[in-house]
Design a protein around this ligand. Structure first.
Ligand SMILES: *Cc1c(COP(=O)(O)O)cnc(C)c1O
Length: 456
């Protein structure tokens, strides 16, 4: 896709639409001449160079990559109109696009009924799910794994609910026995299961948690902000295929959150929350004097905690899904490549005497650390930090990230490492670009070389 061409077409298309409303004069207060703009633009683009190359396969650090060109064109084209998906009157076209894209997400998870909408982020999407949880179980708290996203604890405080962190097992998954001990106390109304933790990409045993719904009368919410699109690899053939059970079980949970701005090729500002029971819409009822009601169709603003939201976000997602739908043959191929990259790299690390795998990757996140002698948390921590810094400073840079593993988590996986500190940083690479598949051998060589180099 030639961005220049399609950006030109975008402007033409919107101008043609605008021309249908007749000519008018722009107010002089808004006029900016090209020379002044050129100067500002030069400074602006200069400043933007202070960035990491998220697009490049040698960037193998955090969860960052540019959106797909289809999303960029979709966003910018709709932004020329700037619809507000708060209400149908704020932009009927993008409101419908949102409903269609959300229905595709619901179908991806196997929801036979749903009520859902886009949000500006996974954090807000989870907040909505926890808000509904509170309305349905007033006075009861929320349980989530110790490895769950940190915002669950924060949002419990926002909502005035008790949050309970349940220990994770030695693969970073919520420990169901510990959860059941807690549920017996009757203090919990909703359990958050994470399908793809942010740190390790660990998938909580959603299928094994299903019976808890009946047994303890709890709601189950799945935080699949990061991992949700991996459901497209559930039961897939080939090395990238995932054990289907936890993914299929999402369809039987009460709500799920997924971030199209993580693995859905979207720019930031695109999360989504889905409820299986459309009846929960009643908790959102409001009576705003600003809201316009020109139609009996459901307003997205009626089922959202947020008011204004970019219609452009829905446009970008809708247009992307026309080309790369959330199906195994569409987006599934993109995720499969990253997953194969993670598996390949973990094999190379296992075979290396310079590096050690922190744990087997479940999705596309690889965690590893320099095999230092003598093996102790302080030396692992120092070596990881050094490789991270040296990688970025190298003339041929490689970008990684670090993850803080606490003492218990580390020694559960590596009992021979001396626990001489509270924890240690390990190296972490999120291989969320399909291009990574063809670059892991080179990435591995670089990181091995950095690890072997003597500290300066
Ligand atoms: C990223 C993430 C979040 C938070 O989502 P934002 O879009 O960054 O607000 C919540 N949960 C999990 C599992 C995540 O990976």
């Amino acid at each position: 896709m030639d961005l220049q061409h399609w950006l030109g077409r975008a402007e033409d298309a919107i101008q043609q639409w605008a021309d249908g409303f007749g000519p008018y004069e722009r107010h002089p207060s808004l006029l900016v001449d090209d020379d002044r703009f050129a100067a500002a633009f030069e400074e602006f683009t200069g400043r933007l160079t202070d960035n990491y190359p998220f697009f490049h396969p040698h960037y193998a650090g955090q969860m960052l990559k540019p959106p797909h060109p289809a999303a960029v064109i979709g966003y910018l084209t709709a932004m020329l109109i700037n619809p507000n998906n708060h209400a149908l009157d704020g932009g009927p076209a993008t409101a419908r696009m949102e409903r269609e894209a959300v229905a595709q997400l619901a179908a991806m998870f196997g929801y036979d009924t749903h009520l859902g909408h886009l949000t500006t982020s996974g954090t807000i999407a989870n907040l909505e799910a926890l808000f509904v949880a509170r309305e349905l179980h007033p006075g009861r708290g929320i349980a989530y794994s110790a490895d769950a996203h940190y915002t669950h604890g924060r949002m419990c405080r926002v909502l005035g609910m008790e949050g309970y962190a349940v220990p994770a097992d030695d693969r970073g998954r919520l420990d169901l026995d510990a959860l059941e001990d807690l549920l017996r106390s009757d203090r919990v109304g909703t359990v958050v299961l994470t399908a793809g933790t942010t740190g390790l990409g660990a998938v909580d045993p959603v299928h094994e948690a299903l019976p808890l719904k009946e047994r303890y009368g709890v709601r189950l919410h799945v935080d699949a902000a990061y991992g949700g699109f991996f459901t497209l690899l559930a039961g897939a053939e080939g090395p990238e295929g995932l054990a289907p059970e936890p993914w299929r079980a999402i369809a039987r949970c009460d709500s799920v959150v997924v971030d199209p701005h993580k693995h859905g090729l979207q720019p930031y500002g695109c999360g989504a929350v889905l409820f299986r029971d459309p009846e929960v819409g009643r908790f959102y009822l409001h009576d705003s004097p600003y809201t316009y009601f020109t139609s009996t169709e459901l307003h997205l603003g009626e089922i959202s905690l947020e008011c204004s939201r970019a219609g452009a976000s829905a446009a970008a997602l809708w247009l992307t899904f026309q080309l790369l739908p959330p199906t195994p043959d569409g987006l599934g191929r993109v995720l499969g490549a990253g997953r194969r990259a993670a598996l390949r790299w973990s094999e190379l690390i296992s075979a290396s005497d310079a590096l050690e795998l922190y744990q087997e990757p479940e999705l596309d996140i690889v965690t590893y650390f320099p095999a230092v002698e003598p093996a102790a948390l302080t030396s692992v921590d120092a070596a990881s930090a050094r490789v991270l810094a040296d990688g970025m400073a190298d003339p041929e840079p490689v970008y990684l990230s670090t993850l803080k593993a606490d003492r218990e988590a580390f020694t559960a996986r590596h009992p021979k490492v001396t626990a001489d500190a509270d924890g240690a940083r390990v190296l972490r690479s999120v291989l969320m670009k399909p291009e990574s598949e063809h670059h892991v051998a080179r990435l591995h060589d670089r990181v091995e070389r950095l690890t072997r180099a003597q500290p300066a």
